[in-house]
Ligand binder design. Structure first.
Ligand code: GDP
Length: 450
């Protein structure tokens, strides 16, 4: 923590400018040592952009830069900080970095600036993770979700819940000490009910961050129209469509945006579901089965012209959740079959579409995005890691259990549940993380310079 760290905070490569940042006790001093400060020391003009020449030890001019000096403690890391805006070339950045390192700074590790900010109490862990999520956001909805973390909205929700739980715990402890006070027990039970509501609301507002990209896998027997469906969903030709079965061997994929969700449509080889003759066939079925297993949502595609939909449905070799059953080529339905189609569709078990005419495709897209939102949270949901998601789940479960125990008049046990939920909430906020390695894991996801 005493070292002064330096890193280039902008991406590698050529650009108009690059920004090199330094943080630590000696940041200002190191900066002054590598600049021509005849016209003034930037430390005397804090938080102002100053134009200076970067020079080497022999006063050779290296680059004309803009620098800012930020005195501690009102900075991103809480420490003294410096920003150098140099020209954006790899050689220039290397020279700037080299001068800082020679003067006594050391290269920053991944996420080290944000970690220092967290460790100096500038931001709680959920806010620190918000920085990472914002950098990784690829759509406006994702930006909005990440901003809720960064702005502290998520942290504030958790802190309100924690406060309620602490008040509730105090009340339960009073009820344990004065068992005759019926009011305390009554209020305690009600209180837990409203805490549970809050926890459920938090759970609904989040989105599993590891699922920012969803694999929608199209699988089915050969020639049912998987490739045609992929092209229709992507609205461009990605996959080859032929009358001959078995044209798609490798899994083919393409990215589309659906209601702000990033969706990777994957077309797989048709599953013959019989003894396979060639090595290539066996291999392509293996690839297809792997994709089916890892799907965020599986679309099991069937063929209208083959009839017996229940039988086709049962051919899915490995059931996965969630699966949508799609009957393609509904354009081939005769007029006397239309009513039957409607009645099956209304039961909600299958969807009838036509890759050829586009019939039912809008409905299918809606259903895919609804399913994803139900499973993984809304596009603009607060992006949380699996770690946080699991912890929120456990808070909710502890509260549910506390409620049941209150109803069974097991007040001591309910108090224990509340304590567990409070500890879990502290963990989400990063306030009771004893293990350094959890922090290491979180910050290692960051890029260098952040
Ligand atoms: P895959 O093997 O499952 O990928 O199937 P393809 O997309 O290659 O399609 C197989 C055959 O079915 C081709 O001759 C397509 O033109 C035809 N096909 C695909 N979708 C439809 C559809 O919605 N309606 C009709 N009538 N034919 C279709």
């Amino acid at each position: 923590m005493n070292d002064t760290i330096v890193a280039c905070s902008t991406p590698q490569g050529k650009g108009a400018i690059a920004v090199v940042r330094m943080s630590g006790m000696r940041a200002g001093e190191i900066l002054a040592g590598v600049l021509d400060i005849k016209i003034g020391d930037p430390r005397k003009s804090p938080r102002k952009l100053c134009r200076r020449w970067l020079v080497d030890e022999n006063k050779n001019k290296l680059d004309e830069v803009l620098v800012v000096f930020f005195p501690a403690p009102n900075t991103y890391t809480g420490e003294e900080m410096v920003e150098i805006h140099c020209h954006g070339g790899e050689g220039i950045v290397e020279v700037v970095m080299e001068e800082m390192l020679k003067a006594g700074a050391r290269p920053a590790k991944k996420g080290e600036f944000t970690r220092r900010s967290f460790e100096s109490g500038k931001m709680d862990l959920s806010k620190a993770e918000g920085v990472l999520r914002l950098i990784n956001a690829a759509t406006k909805d994702e930006v909005k979700g990440a901003a809720k973390l960064l702005s502290g909205e998520f942290g504030a929700l958790l802190k309100t819940l924690r406060k309620d739980m602490m008040v509730g715990l105090a009340r339960l402890e009073a009820a344990i000490d004065f068992p005759d006070d019926v009011d305390e027990v009554e209020q305690g039970t009600q209180g837990i009910g409203s805490m549970l509501d809050k926890a459920q609301k938090i759970e609904k507002s989040i989105r599993k961050d590891s699922q920012l990209e969803h694999d929608i896998v199209l699988a089915g027997r050969p020639n049912v129209g998987k490739s045609s469906l992929m092209n229709a969903l992507a609205e461009r030709k990605i996959s080859i469509v032929t009358r001959e079965p078995g044209t798609t061997r490798d899994a083919i994929h393409t990215m589309i945006l659906l209601n702000g969700l990033r969706i990777n449509i994957v077309d797989t080889a048709g599953l013959m579901l019989r003894e396979l003759s060639s090595e290539a066939e066996r291999e392509s079925e293996l690839v297809a089965k792997e994709k089916i297993k890892d799907a965020s949502v599986l679309l099991w595609v069937m063929d209208f012209s083959e009839g017996d939909f229940e039988k086709q449905k049962s051919m899915l070799p490995l059931p996965v959740q969630p699966t949508m059953y799609i009957v393609n080529k509904v354009d081939l339905a005769r007029s006397d079959q239309v009513e039957h189609v409607h009645s099956i569709q209304d039961e909600g078990k299958m969807m009838f579409v036509s890759a050829k005419t586009g019939q039912g495709l809008e409905k299918l897209k809606m259903k895919i995005s609804d399913t994803l939102i139900e499973e993984y949270g809304p596009a603009s949901g607060i992006p949380v890691s699996m770690r946080q998601k699991d912890m929120i789940c456990r808070v909710k479960e502890s509260l549910e259990q506390a409620g049941q125990r209150m109803r069974a008049k097991q007040i001591e046990l309910a108090a224990e549940d509340l304590k567990a939920a409070i500890t879990e909430t502290n963990c989400i906020l990063g306030e009771s993380l004893e293990a350094e390695d959890i922090l290491d894991v979180i910050f290692s996801e960051f890029c260098i310079g952040k």
